[in-house]
Design a binder for this molecule. Structure first.
Ligand code: SME
Length: 167
């Protein structure tokens, strides 16, 4: 069982480290995509403050389709190259956006979002989706967050059988 009260007393980096530790414990013995990424959203939400949305989009037949998330309902499909998520897939690298209102083509799913961090899920050169975090605060995400959320994706890549996701 996960103890989340502990995070209240932690600083930001301790929270991010704890998040990674919890994720490793949770997904280390599981390969199922939905089980692992659902737990990842719960762990992120429990450990990281000031988020209004955290979740996944998965690549299905060449477009991003909404997966498990924590937050308000979001757009179902995003084309590669569109929005912050589609850009992360197109460029094959994380997108750290301090102010979403200044990002050309940003897709506003929740009007509360002001900054965003998107990490692409790429394994053996193939894109499987993105991990997307939104915050109501501008400049919420720093390079430190990018590093830890990229580690989250590394851990998921290590254990998850992305090929088995249902179309
Ligand atoms: N803002 C994203 C869309 C997804 S929502 O934030 C959940 C984008 O521009 O790709």
């Amino acid at each position: 069982m996960i103890k989340v009260d502990a995070v209240d007393k932690m600083n930001e980096e301790e929270r991010l480290k704890y998040m990674l530790l919890l994720l490793k414990g949770q997904v280390g013995s599981e390969k199922d995509v939905l089980a692992n990424i659902s737990n990842a959203t719960a762990i992120i939400k429990a450990c990281v403050g000031d988020l209004n949305w955290a979740g996944f989009y998965l690549m299905k037949k060449g477009e991003l389709v909404l997966g498990p998330f924590q937050g308000l309902p979001a757009c179902n499909r995003i084309q590669v190259g569109k929005g912050v998520c589609g850009r992360a897939i197109e460029e094959g690298r994380s997108q750290l956006v301090p102010d979403v209102h200044l990002f050309p083509g940003h897709i506003a799913c929740d009007s509360a979002s002001n900054s965003e961090l998107v990490v692409p899920i790429i394994k053996n050169g193939k894109a499987y989706g993105v991990l997307d975090m939104d915050s109501p605060s501008k400049n919420r995400f720093k390079d430190l967050h990018r590093v830890y959320f990229e580690r989250i994706v590394d851990v998921l890549n290590q254990y998850t059988d992305w090929e088995k996701v249902t179309e």
